[in-house]
Write a new protein. Structure first.
Length: 405
C-alpha cells in the first residue's frame, strides 16, 4: 500500500492543526487513509514510499464559492460589483450559449482548479442548461454546482423567462440531486416568484442553495428599492424560503445584527471571499461578528472577481485583510477555513477536509522554502510570496490516493 513520507499538516479546527515533522500517511487499496502520524509509528512498511523532501503534505483544498464561466477572465477587470458584472462579466457568460465553448471552458476550469489542489468545490455555471451538464462532465474530485438563475434586470443576451428558469432547475435537481445547488444569481436578477419556486424545488429534491448576499453597498441599496416590502436584503431570501442549513451565501459584508440573527436562526452558512472583496473594493467581512454569532464559514476564491483559484492566495489575503483591521486570523485558522471548514459546510466533513483515518486520501504536496519546524511556520511558509509564486507551489495532487496532477 502506498505511503507518503514527509512533513504533514493535518487541520483539526480553527485553533488546532496537527503537525508531523517526519510524518507518514498510509493509503489503503480503497483510497482511504489507514494511518497518519509520525513516520516511525506507521506499522505497515510494505508498499511504495513516496518521499517528500522539499514540501509539505496538506489535505486537498475546498473552494466554497467559484464561478466556472469566469475562470478565463479571472482578475482581468477592475471596478465595483455592479458595473463589473454588467460591463465585464455578463458578456463573457453569454458566450457559454455555444455548447462547444461551455464544454471546453468547463474542462479547463476543473484542470486549473485541481492544478491548484482543490478537489471539492461549490460552483456557479451559467444560465445555460448544457453548461451545467458540461460542468459535471469534467469534474475532478467532488463538486456541487448549479445553473445560474436570471429572470429580471438582466441583459437580453443573458436572460431567461421565469418558466424556463424553473423548468431547467427542476430537471437538473432531479438529475443531480445532492450534487445540485439551486443558484439564484442574487436577488436583483431574480423575481420573488422564481426564488420561491426554486426554494420549493430545493426542499423537494434535498439539494443545496447558493447565492450572493450583501456584497456591495450599491447592491444593498438596489435590493431595498426592488423589494420595498422586505425589511432587509437577508429578509428577501428568507421570505423566498431560500435560507436553510443547506444554504451557502457568499460575502455577507454589510449585514445588520438582525440579519445575522436570521442567518444564525436558519442555519445558513457563509462563503467568505477575501481576495474578491479586495479586488472589487467591496469591503471586509466582519469575521469577528460572524464568529460571535457562531455562523459557520469557509473560504472561497470567487473567481473571476477573485484573481486566482489558489486557496493559498485566498488564505494569505484572509490573514492580511483581517490583520489590517486588527482582527486576528491565525495561520491555523486560515488552513482550517480552506480545507475542513469547507468540507463541513458541504456536509462532507466525515469523508474529506483533512487527513484523519478513514477519510479519502485527497492530498496535496505543497513546496516549501525551508524545512518546516511547526504548524504555524509551515503554514506561513506555504502562504508566502506573490500570487504567481503561490500558484506555482502545488507540486502534486492525489484524489482518493491516485495522482490527478
Ligand atoms: N453577484 C452577482 N453575481 C456575481 C458574480 O458573478 N460575482 C460576484 N462576485 N458577485 C456577484
Ligand atoms: Fe461570486
Amino acid at each position: 500500500m502506498p505511503i507518503f513520507r514527509g512533513p504533514i499538516l493535518n487541520p483539526q479546527s480553527e485553533n488546532q492543526c496537527n503537525f508531523y515533522k517526519d510524518g507518514g500517511v498510509l493509503v489503503g487499496d480503497d483510497g482511504k487513509i489507514e494511518a497518519v502520524g509520525d513516520f516511525d509509528s506507521i506499522e505497515e512498511t510494505r508498499g511504495e514510499v513516496t518521499e517528500i523532501t522539499d514540501g509539505v503534505i496538506v489535505p486537498a483544498f475546498v473552494d466554497v464559492h467559484v464561478h466556472m464561466p469566469q475562470n478565463h477572465v479571472r482578475g482581468q477587470f477592475a471596478g465595483q460589483l455592479l458595473p463589473w458584472l454588467q460591463n465585464c462579466i455578463w458578456p463573457e457568460e453569454a458566450g457559454f450559449r455555444d455548447p462547444r465553448v461551455a464544454d471546453e471552458k468547463a474542462k479547463k476550469f476543473y484542470q486549473d482548479l485541481a492544478g491548484q489542489g482543490t478537489l471539492l468545490s461549490l460552483v456557479y455555471a451559467t444560465i445555460h442548461e448544457h453548461a451545467l451538464h458540461s460542468t459535471f462532465a469534467h469534474k475532478i474530485g467532488d463538486t456541487i454546482a448549479g445553473n445560474v438563475l436570471m429572470d429580471e434586470n438582466s441583459p437580453d443576451y443573458l436572460s431567461q423567462s421565469t418558466e424556463e428558469a424553473i423548468a431547467i432547475t427542476e430537471r437538473c435537481a432531479r438529475e443531480y440531486g445532492e450534487h445540485f445547488a439551486v443558484t439564484p444569481r442574487f436577488a436583483p436578477t431574480c423575481t420573488m416568484e422564481l426564488m420561491m419556486a426554486v426554494g420549493e424545488i430545493a426542499r423537494q429534491y434535498r439539494t443545496w442553495i447558493q447565492s450572493h448576499l450583501s456584497e456591495n453597498l450599491d447592491e444593498v441599496k438596489w435590493v431595498s428599492e426592488l423589494f420595498p416590502d422586505c425589511d432587509s436584503y437577508t429578509d428577501v431570501y428568507q421570505k423566498a424560503g431560500l435560507l436553510s442549513p443547506r444554504t451557502i451565501m457568499a460575502h455577507c459584508i454589510h449585514l445588520s445584527d438582525e440579519e445575522l440573527d436570521i442567518l444564525k436562526e436558519t442555519g445558513t452558512k457563509i462563503a467568505h471571499c477575501p481576495t474578491s472583496n479586495i479586488a472589487l473594493g467591496s469591503g471586509r467581512m466582519p469575521v469577528e461578528k460572524i464568529r460571535k454569532w457562531g455562523i459557520p464559514f469557509a473560504l472561497g476564491s470567487d473567481v473571476g472577481a477573485g484573481p486566482s483559484l489558489s486557496l493559498l492566495h485566498v488564505m494569505q489575503k484572509y490573514m492580511e485583510q483581517h490583520a489590517e483591521a486588527n482582527v486576528e486570523a491565525t495561520p491555523q485558522d486560515a488552513l482550517y477555513r480552506a480545507t475542513l471548514a469547507g468540507a463541513e459546510l458541504l456536509d462532507r466533513g466525515d469523508k474529506m477536509g483533512n487527513l484523519d483515518i478513514g477519510k479519502e486520501a485527497n492530498l496535496v504536496i505543497v513546496k516549501t522554502d525551508e524545512q518546516p519546524k511547526d504548524a504555524e511556520g509551515a503554514i506561513r511558509d506555504i502562504v508566502s510570496g506573490s500570487m504567481e509564486e503561490l500558484e506555482g507551489k502545488v507540486e502534486k495532487v492525489y484524489f482518493q490516493g491516485k495522482e490527478v496532477v
